[in-house]
Ligand binder design. Sequence first.
Ligand code: BGC
Length: 349
Amino acid sequence: MSARTLLVLVSCALSVITGLVIARGGTGLTAARQRPLIGLSMDTLKEERWQEDRDLFTAKVKAAGADVMVQCANSDDAAQLQNVESLITQKVDALVIIPHNGVAMAKAVNLAHQAGIPVLSYDRLITGCDLDLYLTFDNVKVGELQAKFLTDRMPQNGRLRLIRIYGAKTDNNARLFKQGQDNILQPLIAAGKVEVVFEDWAEDWKPESAKKITNAAITKNGPNFDAILASNDGTAGGAIQALTEEGLAGKILVTGQDADLAACQRIAQGTQAMTVYKPIQSISTVLVELALKLAQRKPIVAKDSTSNGHTDVPSVLINIIPVTKENLRDTVVKDGFHKEAEVFQPTQP
Ligand code: BGC
């Protein structure tokens, strides 16, 4: 049998692409085991959201009567490959990978397939391989919402001066966020209404890197800018630290994403202007459902597909919600993602 364990049929109907992932060969479960075993290989637990992702996934897999093994690579490609190899050795029935480096992890997918294990790429795409399934938020839309928030708040002189902080170059999502931002900004840049005064990529999404970028921008331009288009809450936090040191916090609009508690507190206090809430609760339910179907070799219907440079990967995209001071209560608090008292009355350090 071919190394590929799944057959992917992609058919076009009107503008909707339907991907059907069909199980091939056996039940997928190792003979000696009654309960499915899912392997979860994570890049990092640095951002709060990943801890939430891990905890919800683990709890929901167990509640569904299956088991899970989790490994974290701390932003190291070699470590992540080793983690996947070890999960393969443990004979997991399906693998969920959140890649540090979407290009480098193609090797992990190939190894899993050689062992007959299907792979779901979660949140970030693994490129250049025969990936089985991709579950993510609408990442281009994240970037569009961030940029739109700023362009909807043009200064009175009709010219918006921006510092842009992108995410990790190794993360395919960072490029998608930029693509979404560009969709909104390019026409306005061409019309002379938006000026990018400084831009750079934050290494491994580090807040320290974002702080350095902001410091460098201020050294170069002084305080002559209106907004910082930070691609996530971690980098927003680093940028806001630099702004605070310069007495600019609260005067400059700063974007983000993830609805981290610290970011929601900054929004309540007025030092960060917006974030994008990605409903981790709902996506974790979908993730468990898909991972279990893969493990049990059951058919999966995916409405979308995403080219990863090698194949059109059947994809499931989950919607996201922009969050500002006005709707903090109606979104993250209402959803139980954060408690109202934590968001609005943070303990002062
Ligand atoms: C995720 C973001 C996260 C960032 C840093 C991205 O791929 O989509 O939610 O903030 O990585 O971990």
